[in-house]
Design a protein. Structure first.
Length: 643
């Protein structure tokens, strides 16, 4: 079982304590299945390399016992030397007569085994690393696809830095498992098994002496594993917190500088960064103790071999060649044992990382198209979107028990422009979120063209609606790419037409490379008004039937005021429009104005009708809009602008 700890700070990363889980491992191995050929090749190379590692000590023992030891010297020879001696005897060759030739042959075998082992290790490492990169690509692609299908509510609950950590750090941990963990651990086990067999074949008594220190190695390894496992998880948590903090504060750098909070941000980052340093130093301490400890215990084992094996050699019960081989095999035996401890930590990190990744992948997608979605022209006689919008007794809350909208009902006819006004927090932007189905209502229904938006094909629904926000988001890339957004049907001619219609073409053509001018991150380098014109051009290029303006003209520079308003009027022509705005020139000439107050629809009517009521709209008009009307020359009637 695992334990999931959610921190009180929503920006803090959760710590997952995860031991080996066969269910998780089977799921992880599913990502290896498409590359089973590469896996089999790596396993074959590991088997070959592991067997080749056994050749060197055996060759050394044969060379010493047959070709280095003086002829007629007392004492036994190793079983390997006996086998070679008997083979030479069958061919009529006396080892003493071919000493140099025999040493040359043994050296050649030794060299060939080393070269072949190098080739096997090289290709095994290369194959596994390449396979790991393919698996990381597949996994990151799956995670990103899953994020794109997630509801907006999921991003409300999960900071961007945490999600970035899933795609980067956690996937890297799985790459270590695939590229240097599972198969390499299998190779270590093969080497250990081979060494055990050879040692018992050479001399079972010396083998028992060599293995006498194994319990000490296991005790040291267990201590190291338990300590570094906690430290490893802590380091992961700290780096995730750094990612989250950096993402939030780099994005909000203008606010930090505006209010002079650089020192406070530096203090908080220093604290988080120092926690990461402390966690890393703690893990360094465990490594600093473990590896010298392994070396100490291994040296103790070699000392025991020298003491006991030397005594057996001088007594004539063991050969010098066998003792030398034992020394070499013992060193190769102790090293994989310590490596297995590191592989186990890689496994632990992969288990924790996979738990977090699969938690993300397995989170239910709450906003999806139904099994038989509605598409205009398929299930009804309607061949295209008309743009009728209706809210029927809608109740909605972002948090249970805290409704934002209460029993909201209204209808917008095709081609109408309806403005929504109200104090901050009245629920104006929530209407746009519900119509676009970023969230689903708890009660009532939101309908477009008489069909509940929950019954629409989600892609068709959102393609029929354009949303222009006050804070325009531009991606890294060219101006043209930000208008097209990868839509192949928007060719260069339509691109220029859309920009010209909203009066954006003039400033775009003044840019160094026109539509090919690269946009900096989030549109840095463009004025607020220019970014809004690009957003208007984007909306017009996609030609939506329904347009939502969420305070899209509330913070523009005065130089482009007239151009923005003209672009806005062009966008409204022939479209059903829901306008959430502060600009009087847009609101007062709408076909209908809806007044929200504390989540309820309190008033609706035209500008003059609502003023005559002398209610909430009248108060808002006096407080927020009257000054704007006095400062601006009145616009012509909306009906005249629309022709």
């Amino acid at each position: 079982m695992f334990r999931l700890h959610m921190a009180a700070d929503p920006h803090a990363e959760e710590a997952i304590e995860k031991s080996y889980d066969s269910r998780l491992m089977r799921r992880l191995l599913g990502y290896v299945r498409p590359y089973r050929g590469m896996t089999l090749a790596a396993v074959a190379l590991i088997l070959g390399g592991s067997l080749l590692q056994l050749v060197g000590p055996l060759a050394t023992s044969i060379a010493i016992d047959l070709f280095v030891r003086p002829p007629g010297a007392a004492g036994s020879i190793s079983p390997a030397a006996v086998a070679v001696y008997e083979a030479m005897k069958l061919r009529g060759i006396e080892p003493g007569a071919v000493r140099l030739e025999g040493l040359a042959a043994i050296a050649g075998v030794f060299l060939i085994s080393i070269l072949l082992a190098f080739v096997c290790t090289y290709w095994q490492g290369r194959v596994m690393q390449v396979m790991g990169q393919y698996i990381m690509r597949d996994l990151r692609g799956q995670i990103f696809g899953r994020l794109q299908s997630s509801s907006i509510a999921y991003f409300d609950a999960n900071p961007v830095g945490r999600l970035v950590t899933r795609v980067t750090t956690d996937v890297d941990a799985l790459n270590e498992l695939f590229a240097a963990g599972l198969v390499a651990a299998f190779g270590d086990l093969v080497v250990l098994a081979g060494i055990v067999c050879v040692l018992f074949w050479l001399d079972w008594r010396l083998a028992l002496i060599a293995f006498a220190i194994v319990p000490l190695l296991f005790m040291l390894t267990f201590w190291f594993r338990s300590r570094v496992q906690r430290s490893f998880r802590e380091v992961r948590v700290k780096i995730a917190r750094i990612n989250t903090f950096l993402q939030e504060h780099i994005t909000g750098m203008s606010v930090i500088q505006l209010f002079g909070r650089e020192a406070e941000a530096d203090r908080r980052f220093s604290a988080i960064n120092d926690e990461h340093r402390v966690a890393n130093i703690r893990s360094i301490y465990y490594y600093a103790v473990f590896f010298p400890g392994v070396e100490l215990v291994s040296t103790l084992g070699l000392g025991l071999l020298l003491w006991y094996g030397g005594g057996r050699v001088t007594s004539g019960f063991a050969s010098v060649g066998a003792l030398v081989a034992f020394f070499q095999y013992a060193q190769r035996f102790y090293q994989p044992l310590s490596d297995l401890a590191e592989k186990y930590n890689i496994l632990q990190g992969a288990m924790a990382a996979s738990e977090r990744i699969f938690e993300l992948i397995d989170t239910p997608v709450t906003i999806t198209s139904p099994e038989k979605p509605y598409r205009p022209g398929e299930t009804r006689t309607l061949s295209e979107v008309e743009g009728t919008i209706e809210l029927d007794r809608v109740v909605f809350a972002y948090k249970p028990g805290e409704p934002v909208l209460r029993n909201i009902s209204f209808r917008i006819e095709p081609g109408q422009t309806v403005a929504v006004v109200g104090h901050t927090g009245a629920g104006k932007s929530t209407l746009a979120n519900l119509l676009l189905r970023f969230y689903d209502v708890q009660e009532g229904a939101v309908r477009m063209d008489g069909v509940d938006v929950r019954d629409w094909d989600l892609r068709e629904l959102r393609r029929s609606i354009a949303l222009v926000l006050q804070d325009v988001f531009l991606f890294s890339g060219s101006i043209g790419a930000n208008i097209r957004l990868g839509e192949p049907s928007i060719d260069d001619a339509r691109l220029r037409w859309a920009a010209g219609e909203v009066h954006a073409l003039e400033f775009i053509e003044r840019l160094p490379h026109g539509f090919d001018t690269e946009v900096q991150e989030r549109g840095a380098g463009l004025s607020v008004g220019q970014k809004q014109l690009v957003a208007f051009a984007r909306a017009l290029a996609f030609d939506p039937r329904v347009l939502i303006l969420d305070e899209a003209t509330s913070s523009i520079d005065t130089e482009t005021e007239q151009r923005i308003q003209a672009a806005l009027m062009r966008l409204l022509v022939g479209r059903t429009s829901l306008v959430i705005a502060h600009r009087l020139s847009t609101i007062q000439r709408a076909d209908k104005i809806l007044v929200l107050h504390k989540g309820e629809l309190r008033e609706q009517g035209t500008h003059q009708e609502l003023l005559a009521l002398r209610g909430i709209y009248h108060r808002l008009y006096r407080l927020e809009y009257q000054a704007q009307e006095a400062e601006r020359r009145p616009w012509p009637a909306l009906s005249a602008l629309l022709g």
